[in-house]
Design a binder for this molecule. Structure first.
Ligand code: SAH
Length: 353
């Protein structure tokens, strides 16, 4: 058992079983033993590869989409923001792609919980005007041009299994000395009353308690001007167990080595959209979004200077970002804008907005 595993085992022995949310929070962000606090998990040598690490095209296209939204609004005095920037690669690509746009915002505010990753980001973004805040609540007032890629999937979730009368929450307790999953009694959960109609006994539904406050905070800022683009894996309306652990690119048991594996859950875009107080676009698959933004033309332009293995890698990266069997369909995006503003290029109006 890891040092964090020992800590959590003692905590459960004293306080009783914990929610998946409390477990995820400790495993990912414990200041001494948390996954993000202790390592740089990205890239081929890490545990997973994210879209900005696959190709510079991802950040370039999202940056130019935000830039167009900013021009459409008459170039408000905005700052750039990113939630959970990882290595800082996405923001670096945005700054490069927009470097020649006159008066485009240059002030960057990053929301990052990990001191270790802040250090990595400061190296990637050396020379840029960057400040860090701990949470979205601490972001300055808008207007803002905001990005969040694979941020919401790292926010802690609770999991519920439909029972006969209400829901059994999945909790983490002890079996002997080992961490093990258990269930609470069947209880009524008001936050899930809207899911009684479309679920049956045994169905699993996940709730991300932090998603709504985070969306309220960012949409309040976007309402003052600018735009936001959120990309993550997930779908419209959570159904099924998506709680997963990854170590060295392979799935492992989420309970096996607390703090050593990345823990995530799919994002419920219906819940995110419902929590926004600004205008939200229709949910768009990542592959469709990048095609709308011209990734094929950009890929062809970049390919002209590449040969051999570098060209093969570039072609594979284009496919990886867009193909339905790779990241193209599993990953989805939504855009946030002030009411009445046009969406950033690549996004369609939601039928309800
Ligand atoms: N966007 C990056 C990294 C995604 S990983 C990329 O696409 O490569 C998730 C990121 O969110 C990490 O930087 C992690 O440290 C940060 N993070 C996770 N939970 C957080 C929280 N509650 N508050 C702030 N940052 C958080």
């Amino acid at each position: 058992m890891t040092a964090l595993g020992d800590l959590l085992t003692r905590q459960i022995a004293t306080d009783g079983p914990m929610t998946l949310a409390d477990y995820m929070q400790a495993c990912l962000l414990h200041p001494d033993h948390g996954y993000y606090a202790t390592r740089d998990p990205f890239g081929a040598s890490g545990d997973f590869v994210t879209a900005p690490e696959v190709s510079q095209m991802f950040g370039e296209l999202l940056g130019l989409s935000l830039a167009q939204a900013w021009m459409d609004q008459g170039q408000p005095d905005a700052y750039l923001a990113e939630l959970g920037p990882g290595r800082g690669t996405l923001m670096k690509d945005v700054l490069r792609a927009t470097a020649r746009i006159p008066d485009f915002p240059r002030k960057v505010v990053l929301v990052e919980a990990s001191a270790h990753l802040r250090e990595v980001q400061s190296q990637t973004l050396v020379g840029a005007d960057v400040t860090w805040v701990d949470s979205t609540a601490a972001l300055p007032d808008g207007p803002v041009l905001l990005l969040a890629n694979e941020f919401f999937d790292a926010l802690p979730i609770r999991q519920f299994i439909r029972g006969t009368h209400g829901w059994n929450e999945r909790r983490i307790g002890l079996q002997g000395d080992a961490l093990s999953f258990g269930l609470t009694e069947d209880t009524r959960i008001d936050a899930l009353s809207h899911r009684l109609a479309d679920t049956g006994a045994g169905d699993v539904v996940e709730l991300c308690p932090y998603a709504a406050p985070v969306m309220a905070e960012i949409s309040a800022r976007v309402s003052q001007g600018g735009a936001g683009i959120i990309v993550d894996y997930g779908d419209w309306r959570s159904l099924g167990d998506t709680f997963q652990a990854l170590e060295n690119h392979a799935p492992v048991s989420p309970l096996a080595a607390p703090g050593q594996a990345d823990l995530t859950a799919h994002v419920d875009f219906e819940a995110l959209s419902a929590a926004a107080t600004c205008q939200v676009s229709r949910m768009t698959p990542q592959g469709v979004l990048l095609e709308h933004l011209g990734i094929t033309q950009r890929a062809q332009a970049l390919a002209q200077n590449l040969h051999g293995a570098a060209l093969d890698q570039h072609v594979a990266a284009h496919r990886r970002l867009t193909h339905p069997e790779e990241m193209g369909t599993l990953f989805k995006a939504i855009a946030l804008t002030p009411r009445g503003a046009s969406h950033p290029p690549g996004f369609d109006m939601a039928s309800s907005s």
